[in-house]
Design a protein around this ligand. Structure first.
Ligand SMILES: *Cc1c(COP(=O)(O)O)cnc(C)c1O
Length: 450
């Protein structure tokens, strides 16, 4: 691009290539530079405040100011800023693993990485090597759900779906067997029971047909968020778990976005009564303050990696920052804070408030479907039965929402034509009210422009 095409005053300030962003548009309108936090608000270099309406990419719990989690990180940094898990252990990583295994019942060991995507990659490598170590190296393929999202690295993209995002990277990706996602809206079913029955039948067929060459089934736990805020009907996940057991295919659950309270439960698979063989957590694990993710396995999986050195059964995986003590200290303090603040109870109250406000949205002629659970709600906007993409002012709907929201003092990131309510988990009543009100105002503006 030629430099004269850019607004140099903005472009000058910014040498950063932003994620999932058309950078040409970025320099035109988004030049807000966040310099500090204030409660659940972020403050830019010109002193304007924005309510963190996307929980800083779905991970923030306690807002953006000093608290016990931040203090625990500072204390840890003063003791030892980093020490590797290659050949050493460190105290916070041991304590955190113990804590996580108390919470995630049925799991036996914790493997650390530094982001959700790599936690998924590790889970995939573990599943593959589990069968290899068991002498069943033919079991090496994966099954995943339509509309699934598991991260942006190569393995994680392979088990994810998002056609538009990932199309160009297809030459890098694995072939994966797909099973349907239980989304009622837009399906040919009129009730969830028939839909679930159909999904499970398809799933069982796939498992049956490919059981000798499939290592694992990968799915998000409780809900698919990036794929469109799709909430699993009651009993669905439990039945998928049972099918995996019946056909001897490992179940990998991705709780990176849904674990630690998003749907109202700290450990979602327990609420879904579905025991995974491998489960991943990330995002809210540290309250959103440190890049840390974990992959937990059952004893059955772990034991398959034990053996004489020369049998090469051990897991060949590790990152420089694996088990970073600062991140582990943050997660430990975060978990303690959940208990001290009775956060799940607070989430329940907040979720009830959101639910009480949703009828105001469903009245709108452009709202086609609303899906919600806990502190997650997706509001699907359509016109003449088609997703709204462009508005009458020629603006793309998600740009419009983001830009207008900023002008109203809120940071939002919708999923295309799906407005997303996904606040920081510890948000207070007043801020939550503001968030809902702003989304309603945006809906009214979109009604006029669609
Ligand atoms: C965000 C997310 C990931 C990837 O985590 P990153 O830390 O962004 O790599 C994986 N799975 C789900 C469900 C997610 O929401």
């Amino acid at each position: 691009m030629h430099l004269t095409e850019l607004n140099l005053t903005n472009a000058d300030k910014d040498f950063v290539w932003h994620p999932y962003t058309q950078m040409r548009d970025w320099v035109k309108w988004n030049n807000k530079v966040i310099v500090k936090g204030d409660g659940f608000y972020l403050v830019d270099s010109e002193g304007r405040k924005y309510l963190d309406g996307s929980a800083s990419m779905w991970c923030n719990v306690w807002g953006h100011t000093q608290n016990k989690v931040v203090q625990a990180m500072i204390d840890q940094l003063k003791k030892v800023p980093h020490s590797t898990l290659f050949g050493f252990a460190n105290a916070p990583s041991i304590e955190l693993a113990e804590r996580l295994l108390e919470l995630a019942r049925g799991m036996h060991k914790v493997f650390y990485t530094d982001n959700g995507s790599t936690a998924i990659e590790v889970a995939m490598k573990m599943a593959l090597q589990y069968w290899y170590n068991k002498g069943k190296e033919k079991k090496k393929e994966f099954i995943s759900l339509d509309h699934g999202y598991h991260g942006d690295t190569i393995g994680a993209m392979s088990v994810g779906y998002i056609e538009n995002f990932f199309r160009v990277y297809r030459p890098l990706l694995l072939n994966v067997h797909r099973i349907p996602s239980p989304l009622l809206y837009g399906s040919r079913f009129t009730n969830e029971r028939d839909l679930v029955e159909w999904c499970l039948e398809k799933t069982e067929n796939t498992l049956k047909r490919h059981k000798d060459r499939c290592a694992a089934l990968m799915m998000e736990s409780g809900a698919q968020i990036a794929g469109g805020a799709i909430i699993y009907p009651t009993g669905y996940q439990k039945k998928v778990a049972r099918l995996c057991r019946d056909y001897d295919i490992l179940l990998i659950l991705d709780e990176i976005a849904t674990g630690f309270g998003r749907l109202g439960n700290v450990v979602e698979y327990l609420a879904q009564r579905s025991q995974p063989d491998i489960v991943c957590f990330g995002k809210a694990l540290t309250g959103g303050y440190f890049p840390l993710a974990v992959t937990l396995v059952t004893r059955r999986i772990f034991d398959a990696f034990l053996g004489k050195y020369r049998y090469n059964k051990h897991l060949y995986h590790g990152h420089t920052f694996t088990g970073h003590p600062t991140g582990c200290a943050a997660a430990l303090a975060n978990i303690e804070n959940y208990q001290n603040h009775d956060l799940t109870q607070q989430i329940k109250v907040s979720a009830e408030y959101v639910a009480s406000r949703l009828p105001e949205f469903s009245k709108s002629p452009i709202v086609a479907d609303i899906r919600y659970k806990g502190l997650l709600a997706g509001i699907e906007l359509t016109k003449n039965n088609k997703p709204i993409v462009f508005l009458k002012n020629k603006e793309i709907i998600n740009y419009f929402i983001m830009r207008q929201a900023l002008m109203m003092g809120v940071h939002l990131r919708p999923l295309g034509n799906i407005m997303l309510l996904i606040p920081p988990l510890g948000i207070g009543k007043r801020d939550l009210e503001k968030l809902v009100n702003v989304q309603l105002k945006l809906l009214r503006k979109i009604e006029k422009l669609s």
